[in-house]
Structure formats: structure tokens, C-alpha cells
Design a binder for this molecule. Structure first.
Ligand SMILES: O=C(O)CCC(=O)C(=O)O
Ligand SMILES: [Fe+2]
Length: 358
């Protein structure tokens, strides 16, 4: 099928109030819709308490013939055992990242009316607003979001792209290209590590969607009562996350505890998403993660999701399954994506729909 139409029409989200605007005028009471009673049960352990060292991969070493094998083995164990790692020495020019940081911060400082010029529309998954809020009864995240497709060019809907600050579009394009290079490099190494041809995963994702989500988490007077982003695995393939203003808040779920991630300055965070879990027939598992907020300062992050596209099949790759038990069904990407949009982003919901071993 020709991949030519924009990425609308798959369902959307209910409109909700801006949390940034709410937080600016808030007394000590947090509206109930944001309060998460389950946070009382949190078990949180930092890296030292967890007794494990969180995986860090050096992108340069992956492609240096002198140490590639050793670094690829580390990558394999991070993908297999964690579904998460920090990526250092990724080679993205510092000015590209600092421009993205600046423009992102400036965008969220704009008055609400200005940001709402690119508000999400009914039935759409792009624009400024919220994502995957399907019912007025759902608890809400303590965050505002901006999201849109950045690749391939013919899937871009520029009407959802900011024009303020004036350099933002150019900045996003430059960063998107760099992030795609990093994603391609990782996908090739992941292929090799899974015993496939070097280019296999790269080919599968080549014409795929790259979608950016900008997360803005305002400070909250009772941060322990709310969540910036509820627990979820990313329904796409590979996520590359940048902490914009170096404020910590990301936590990963491991061994029934929440582990706060201390992001190394300049590092990118990589998450294995549900599509890689499915393609690899669960050789690699997606990681459940969430974001918490604090009471002093806003936190910002930019997630770049790498996915497939209309006409592609989401299902275990036969060369990987071989004689193993088949764990997931296969679905056309459009059907898969419709399910994603119709579901509440919580836990591993999508994988539950795709499982064969119930
Ligand atoms: O802000 C963060 O640290 C996490 C963002 C995230 O998980 C997402 O946008 O899917
Ligand atoms: Fe995520």
C-alpha cells in the first residue's frame, strides 16, 4: 500500500485542561482527578539500593571495530535483561541538542492561547494537548504534551507543528535527522544481536513513523500524590528520550520496584518498546516506566518513538521464532495502531491484546 496520507483518523483523545495553567493558579489542594491513591504502595529503590548497576552503552564503541563485539554484547544484555539503557557518546552535535532544549523551553513558556493554535483536534493524535485520554473518569497525568510525526516527510502534518519560537521547526527537523541516525545504528546492532542480517531491523523500520512527544511537567505542591506520566510501556518500537532541562523524574519498573533513573548528563535514554517485544517474540521485552514530578521546578522531556507504518505487519519475525512457541499474533500496523489509540496508556495493555499464550 502506498504510504502517503497523514497520520490522522486513527482516533484521538478527550480534551483536558492545561496542567501548566492549572498549576499556576493552584492552592494546596490537588483536584481529585490527578490524585493517584496507588502511589502510597510505591516501593522505590535507587541504583545503590537496587544492588544492580543500570546499563550504559557507548554508541561510538558499538561501531569501532576494536571494541564493537564487546559493546554489542553489553547492548544485547541490556535489551534482553532490562529493555532500557542510557546511551552515551551518541555523536549528536551539541548545538543541535542545545537548540532543541532552548526552543522546547521557549514553546512551553508561551501563553496558553498561543500554544493552543496547534491544539490537538478531535480524532487526531497530533498537536498540543493530551494523549490517550478516553474517558472523563480516567485519572489524569500531571503534564501537558505536544506531539507530531517527524518522519517520513509525507506523513508530516505541519499544521500541528509550532511556528513559535520561529526557529522551532528547523530545530526539530535537524534533531529528528540526528535521532534517526542513532535509531538506525541501534536497530542494526539489535538485528545482529538477535542473529538476523545486520540490516533486517533497519529495513523493517526504514519507512516507519518517527513521532515526537514533548512532555511538560509543571511543579506540583504535593508531588507524591500525582504522576507526570502513568506506568506504561511504549507501544512503538524503539524510544529515544532526551531530558530537556536535566531534571530527574523517570523511573523504571524492575523486580516489583520503581527505580529512579539518574540520567547521565548528555546521555539519551533508550527504551525497548512493545513492537520490538512482538517482532522478537519476546526475546527482548519492553520496559514499563513512568515519570514523577517535583514541587520546585518544571521538568521537560522529548521522546522520539520509532515505529512501523501503514501496510506493515506487526508480528513475530519467522527467523526469530524458528521452532519456538509463537507468543504474539500478527496484525496490520493500522489495526495495531487503532488499538493503541483506543486503549488507555497503562502497563503493557497492547501486549495483552497481542498475546497468544493466554
Ligand atoms: O518524561 C519522561 O522521562 C518519560 C517520557 C515517556 O515515557 C514518554 O513520553 O513515553
Ligand atoms: Fe514512555
Amino acid at each position: 500500500m502506498e504510504k502517503k496520507f497523514g497520520f490522522g483518523g486513527f482516533g484521538g483523545s478527550l480534551k483536558v485542561d492545561s496542567v501548566q495553567a492549572l498549576a499556576a493558579n493552584l492552592g494546596p489542594e490537588i483536584p481529585d482527578i490527578y490524585v493517584r491513591p496507588e502511589r502510597k504502595e510505591d516501593i522505590v529503590a535507587d541504583e545503590e539500593d537496587s544492588g544492580e548497576s543500570f546499563p550504559v552503552i557507548d554508541f561510538g564503541r558499538l561501531f569501532d571495530s576494536k571494541c564493537s563485539e564487546e559493546e554489542a554484547a553489553k547492548l544485547h544484555s541490556a535489551c534482553q535483561g532490562w529493555g532500557f539503557f542510557q546511551l552515551v557518546n551518541h555523536g549528536i552535535p551539541e548545538d543541535v541538542i542545545s537548540k532543541l532544549r532552548q526552543d522546547t523551553e521557549q514553546f512551553f513558556k508561551l501563553p496558553l492561547e498561543e500554544k493552543e493554535k496547534i491544539a490537538q483536534l478531535p480524532g487526531q493524535t497530533e498537536g498540543y494537548g493530551q494523549f490517550l485520554v478516553q474517558s472523563k473518569k480516567h485519572k489524569l497525568d500531571w503534564a501537558d504534551r505536544l506531539g507530531f510525526v517527524t518522519f517520513p516527510p509525507n506523513n508530516k502534518q505541519l499544521k500541528f507543528w509550532p511556528t513559535n519560537p520561529p526557529s522551532f521547526r528547523e530545530t526539530i527537523d535537524a534533531y529528528a535527522i540526528e535521532i534517526k541516525k542513532v535509531a538506525n545504528g541501534l536497530l542494526k546492532m539489535i538485528s545482529k544481536n538477535l542473529g538476523l542480517e545486520f540490516e533486517k531491523f533497519y529495513d523493517i523500520f526504514k519507512g516507519g513513523i518517527q513521532y515526537f512527544r514533548f512532555n511538560y511537567y509543571p511543579p506540583c505542591p504535593s508531588p507524591e500524590k500525582v504522576l507526570g506520566l502513568c506506568p506504561h510501556s511504549d507501544p512503538m518500537g524503539l524510544t529515544i528520550l532526551l531530558q530537556v532541562n536535566d531534571l530527574q523524574g523517570l523511573q523504571i519498573r524492575r523486580k516489583d520496584r520503581w527505580l529512579p533513573v539518574q540520567v547521565i548528563p548528555g546521555a539519551l535514554i533508550i527504551n525497548i518498546g512493545d513492537i520490538i517485544e512482538i517482532l522478537s517474540n519476546r526475546k527482548y521485552k519492553s520496559i514499563v516506566h513512568r515519570a514523577v514530578v517535583n514541587n520546585e521546578k518544571e521538568r521537560l522531556s522529548v521522546a522520539a518513538f520509532h515505529s512501523l507504518n501503514i501496510g506493515d505487519l506487526v508480528g513475530p519475525i519467522p527467523e526469530i521464532v524458528k521452532g519456538d512457541e509463537l507468543l504474539y499474533k500478527s496484525l496490520q500496523y493500522e489495526e495495531y495502531f487503532k488499538q493503541v489509540v483506543a486503549s488507555k496508556l497503562e502497563g503493557k495493555t497492547i501486549l495483552d491484546h497481542m498475546k497468544l499464550d493466554k
